[in-house]
Design a protein around this ligand. Structure first.
Ligand SMILES: [Zn+2]
Length: 474
């Protein structure tokens, strides 16, 4: 079991002479050691702390904040200091979570107090609790009207406009990373693969990004450099998925993924494939020439109108330079009703006073200061990252709020640790299975074509170990 803090005594939790109850044996959050007193607020509901999600990097729980009784999401980032890449990635993600302030982008409400640096192994972040995500909604039987699609798409693009203005590329936009609460407010989450845009096109960027179904064609074709337009491609795929409630390009391998895209958009021209690697270009050129079949987008759903298909076609463009930006997409007429609905009753930027709605002057704000990497400049070893991260968290806790830590004696904490182990074993099994499938695929591909062999091998490699080595990205 990880060291997360010391057991509390009645003495540490009470003012002199005051009688304050011990933290509940079921509550996973409690005030940190050294806090003389804090008011215990009865929870707003009686739900026990429980797990609500598992990501590639950890576990998320729904817990009660003892300071105000509100339900919040507790994210555990485990094994932070295994190597320099994973520790820098967690540090970067934490900096981003603390930097972003936008209604459609998840941000950190608080970070739990870390133990002494000698015992510092894990990071725990508190975020706003979101009950669901777009993936769960798409696969559920609940109806998705055109109004839902418009307001969801509006919020995705609104959040992305903000992130892109901060020069941040998310690099893993997919329905599961778009959290939704019971009021249909949407927030972009999981910045584990995010990075800032690289203006120097000679610098190579990793291709091990974006879940395959939502991966832009330039990445599938081995582009060494790309920009925020890869996120817009993902949004196009999600837009189509919201309309049809089916994954738009659901392929078994990256090569098949590319083939499905070409089936819809037609064979790309040479200028559309400028950033592609030679193997990928050869693969496309050798295939019979295909005309575009965009009319198929009208069959996605009875809700697919000229307006929606027009916007969709502006996102699903092969050449990233011709793809629409988040800011321009927000100006498309298809999103006018989504904007109106969002700011009429869902947002926090507009106010209703005396029955009159007062709208904000800026419906889709940008981030005025780009996110900066300068904090990573001297992070040359795991111990340096550890030291900086520890200091960063302690500085973040210098506000007025009582710092929190985990209560390792709670029943919830015990199940929390146990469930994580189980999940890890399942992941290991899936990765092993992936390697076996990869070997079978390679043997199969050798029989079919030797020309694209190297390219295909690279893609299979990428596909199978992407999740396993997800931390090894720039
Ligand atoms: Zn508003």
């Amino acid at each position: 079991m990880a060291v997360v803090g010391q057991r509390h005594s009645r003495h540490t939790m009470a003012l002199q002479g005051a009688s304050v109850p011990l933290p509940s044996q079921h509550a996973i959050l409690t005030a940190a050691v050294g806090v003389p007193y804090y008011e215990v607020v009865p929870p707003q509901d009686v739900q026990p702390d429980r797990p609500i999600g598992y990501g590639a990097f950890g576990v998320v729980w729904s817990v009660t904040d003892p300071r105000d009784g509100k339900r919040v999401a507790l994210k555990k980032m485990p094994s932070v200091f295994q190597n320099i890449v994973s520790s820098k990635r967690v540090y970067r993600e934490l900096r981003m979570l603390c930097y972003f302030i936008h209604e459609n982008v998840l941000s950190a409400l608080d970070i739990l107090q870390p133990p002494h640096i000698d015992y510092f192994q894990e990071v725990y972040v508190l975020c706003e609790l979101m009950q669901s995500d777009l993936h769960k909604i798409v696969v559920s039987p609940q109806p998705l009207t055109t109004d839902h699609v418009k307001v969801f798409l509006y919020q995705i693009l609104r959040g992305l406009k903000y992130l892109h203005s901060a020069r941040v590329i998310h690099r893993d936009i997919k329905p599961g990373n778009l959290l939704v609460n019971s009021n249909c407010v949407l927030k972009i989450c999981d910045f584990g693969l995010a990075r800032i845009e690289e203006p120097d096109e000679s610098i190579h960027m990793t291709q091990e990004v974006v879940t395959q179904y939502y991966r832009a064609p330039e990445i599938l074709m081995g582009a060494k450099h790309y920009d925020s337009s890869i996120d817009i491609w993902s949004v196009g795929c999600i837009f189509a998925e919201l309309l049809s409630r089916r994954i738009l390009f659901q392929a078994q391998s990256p090569i098949q993924q590319l083939d499905l895209i070409i089936e819809l958009l037609g064979t790309p021209s040479c200028s559309d494939m400028q950033t592609a690697c030679e193997g990928a270009k050869s693969h496309v050129i050798q295939q019979p020439h295909r005309p575009p079949s965009l009319a198929a987008l009208y069959t996605l759903s009875s809700q697919a109108t000229h307006e929606s298909v027009h916007l969709l076609c502006r996102m699903l463009i092969f050449d990233p330079k011709k793809r629409i930006t988040a800011a321009d997409a927000l100006a498309h007429p298809f999103l006018d009703e989504g904007r109106l609905r969002y700011h009429s009753c869902m947002c926090r930027c507009c106010r209703t006073i005396g029955g009159v709605r007062h709208y904000t002057h800026d419906f889709e704000p940008v981030c005025h200061q780009p996110f900066s990497y300068t904090f990573e400049d001297d992070l040359t070893s795991v111990s340096k990252v550890k030291e900086k991260l520890h200091k960063f968290i302690l500085e973040k806790q210098k506000g007025n709020r009582v710092p929190l830590c985990l209560n390792p004696n709670s029943v919830s904490f015990k199940s929390f640790a146990k469930e994580y182990v189980v999940r890890s074993n399942i992941n290991d099994f899936i990765v092993t299975l992936g390697f076996v499938v990869a070997i079978v695929q390679i043997v199969h591909v050798i029989k079919i074509s030797s020309i694209s062999f190297l390219y295909v091998c690279c893609e299979i490699w990428d596909n199978t170990i992407f999740q396993y080595y997800r931390g090894n990205v720039d």
